[in-house]
Structure formats: C-alpha cells, structure tokens
Design a protein around this ligand. Structure first.
Ligand code: SF4
Length: 288
C-alpha cells in the first residue's frame, strides 16, 4: 500500500511540474486508456483463480527506479535527414546567421557563433545561453573559461567535443555578457530550432536557466529543474547548471567550498543520468 501511495505522490509531483512548465495536456496511449477505463473484474473471478488450499506466493514489491529517465524513444514522425542534407542544411543556417541583423545583438558582435560539433544524430547536444568574449573573438561556442569546464564534463562522460554538438540559444554575444533579453532570444530561437531538427540528437543537455527557459518554455528556475528529465520535440532533455556558474563559484565569488562540491555533484549526477539513458557505462575517472 505504501508503495502505491509513493507512486501516486510521484505522479502528482510530476503532473504539477509539467503544469508549472506550461503543459496543459498529456498524451495517453490507447492501451493505457483502455486499461484505465476497463470495468473492474468481478471479485469471484479473482477468487476462483487461487484455490483456497494453495497459499498465494508472497508479493514482491518492485524495486524503485533510481531516476526517472525516459524509458523509450518516442516516434516523432519528423523528417529524417541524410548526412548530406544535414551538412548542407547546417551550412545554410550558418550562412543565414552570418547575414542576420534581426536583433540589436548584431551591433556589437565580432563573429556570429552558430555552434559546432557532430551533426549526425550525436548522443548529446549541449545548449547554453549565448557567446561570451572568447566565443565572439573565435566564432566558436564554449571556448572560453566556461568552455574549458564544459570540455571536462564532456570528457568525463567519455566523449570528445567533436562527438557531441555544442550550441547556444543566441548566436551573437550580448554586450558585457549580459543575459539575452526575451525578445532577442525569441528572434534568434528559430535558428536553433532548425539546427535541432536537422541534427536530431539522442539527448539534449541544457546548460543554465536561460537555455531551460527558452527550450522548455518555462519560468521555473534551474535549481528546481536541474537533474529532472523533460522533453523537447520528443527528444529527452536533461537540464543542469551552466559551466560559468561553477567558474564563478571557483573564483570565490558566491559561496562556500561545500556548495561548490554540491553543484559539481549535481551536474555529474545529471550527466550520469544521460549516460544511463543512452546505455553507456560511466567512465572511471583517471587518477592524476
Ligand atoms: S542574435 Fe540571432 S537574431 Fe540577433 S542578430 Fe544575431 S543571429 Fe540574428
């Protein structure tokens, strides 16, 4: 009974979260719907299945799942692109970004930063907020101090940067590294949306609150959502902290060593959940 109550509590929490994230409907398969709505079987039929003199085997409670990762790939019905179409499509998007002056971020940028990496259904696509100074100088995503921490995260998962795709919500640097304004994000977002549709990563890792707001269309913050699975366009999405958050911690700006350790552990737990979903082993850290 307590196991059943736990499941109901988890379900209630999950529905509440989806509601806060703006979801108003849920999809239920015909099989589940008919199971829910089927009339209960008559009690005497159930009793007849177990003869009175035979003791029923003890009921074993199913072990609880360690995390709520999605358990199956949802068929999206989206167009599947050939490798050539992907490369050509991404090149076309990069060309459009280069020519774009749709928002005020165009005024101060040195280079546009469309994103880079493996475009062919990579295991993971990392999405951050916007380019910083180093990214603006090089035209590449996540190559500054935060990028170095992201590289550590990618390496810890057993990948190289070339095996994943790395991009941002906004493709031009906001002055002074400020957070992009909602209208700037909304104007730029179609580029990323088209990139995701072409790349079709197996999972998306959202880095920080801005990426979470844009992709999951929510005002719920990173502290609440980090480490919890969600979906975007039928792709499993794992939100976690932005690497620059850790950098700020490490530079002694905000808090204590214990909190830094906690944030790093939460990021690693989120990445391990992604590896578990992908069926990949968790690499053993190399000894220094
Ligand atoms: S941030 Fe995006 S929408 Fe704004 S100018 Fe750059 S590419 Fe265009």
């Amino acid at each position: 009974m307590s196991e059943f109550a736990d499941i109901l509590t988890d379900l209630k929490d999950h529905i509440q979260l989806m509601k806060e994230m703006g979801q108003r409907t849920v999809e239920i398969s015909p099989e589940v719907w008919s199971a829910w709505t089927a009339p209960p079987r008559p009690a005497r039929q159930v009793q007849a299945a177990v003869p009175a003199q035979v003791a029923a085997p003890p009921v074993q409670a199913a072990p609880r799942q360690p995390f709520r990762a999605p358990t199956q790939t949802v068929s999206s019905g989206k167009k599947v692109y050939t490798p050539e179409e992907r490369v050509a499509g991404l090149a076309e998007i990069a060309k459009e970004i280069k020519a774009c002056s749709e928002c005020r971020l165009r005024e101060n940028r040195t280079h546009e930063v469309p994103g880079q990496g493996n475009p062919h259904n990579p295991d993971v696509m990392f999405i951050g907020e916007a380019p910083g100074a180093e990214e603006d100088a090089q035209g590449l995503a996540f190559v500054g101090a935060a990028g170095q921490f992201l590289t550590k995260m990618i390496t810890a998962m057993g990948y190289t940067r070339d095996q994943v795709f790395i991009a941002n919500i906004c493709k031009c640097r906001p002055p002074g590294n400020r957070t992009p304004a909602p209208d700037e994000m909304a104007t730029c977002f179609p580029f990323l949306k088209r990139q995701i549709a072409l790349i079709r990563p197996k999972t998306i890792v959202l880095l920080g609150g801005t990426a979470i707001k844009a992709i999951l269309n929510t005002q719920v913050g990173v502290t609440r959502l980090q480490g919890q699975w969600s979906r975007y366009e039928d792709i499993p999405v794992m939100p976690t902290y932005h690497p620059s958050y850790v950098i700020r911690f490490e530079r002694g700006g905000i808090s204590t060593a214990a909190e830094l350790k906690k944030v790093k552990r939460q990021i690693w737990d989120a990445l391990k959940s992604v590896l578990a979903y992908l069926g990949k082993p968790v690499p053993t850290p190399k000894k220094k």
